[in-house]
Design a protein around this ligand. Structure first.
Ligand SMILES: *[C@@H]1O[C@H](CO)[C@@H](O)[C@H](O)[C@H]1NC(C)=O
Length: 143
């Protein structure tokens, strides 16, 4: 093959196979502080994508995850809703690398100064579905 043609083909293959999957999330749920439910007021629920391309472990190894959205809990019922979009690079051609979502909650249930709770495992539920697992199975913030 002519060297130029093969170079053009190589570039074509690289640019067409490294694509990204963009997915959006609708999520709703509930946080609970069993010792005193009033303490959920003012908590912040953040939505993260575990492994997004913007994250670049290479550029910022200390903060590899990407914050997609956040919301503040304003009522003592602890109910929150959050939405956002995330994209992950499809490293293997033809196989969608779906974003891996999880919540992190900053709350005052156990300490007046507040603390973070990361809620695992990760989940992959995207629009048009709503991720509502924690409506019936609240995130318990107590130690
Ligand atoms: C619960 O927390 C709220 C807000 O800090 C406080 O005003 C209230 O007295 C607490 N209730 C109980 C039963 O400890």
């Amino acid at each position: 093959m002519l060297p130029i043609l093969s170079t053009v083909l190589t570039i074509f293959v690289i640019t067409t196979t490294v694509t990204a999957s963009t997915e959006c999330v609708w999520a709703t749920g509930k946080i609970a502080c069993l010792k005193n439910q009033t303490l959920v007021v003012g908590a912040t629920v953040e939505l993260f994508d575990l492994d997004s391309p913007q994250n670049s472990r290479i550029k910022n190894p200390l903060d590899p995850d990407d914050k997609v959205a956040f919301t503040t809990v304003e009522d003592s019922d602890g109910i929150f809703s959050i939405e956002g979009c995330a994209s992950d690079v499809d490293w293997i051609p033809g196989i969608k690398n779906l974003p891996e979502m999880y919540f992190r909650v900053f709350h005052y249930c156990n300490k007046p100064q507040g603390e973070y709770k990361t809620v695992l495992p990760i989940w992959r539920v995207f629009v048009p579905k709503t991720y509502d697992k924690h409506i019936n199975d609240p995130i318990i913030l107590d130690d």
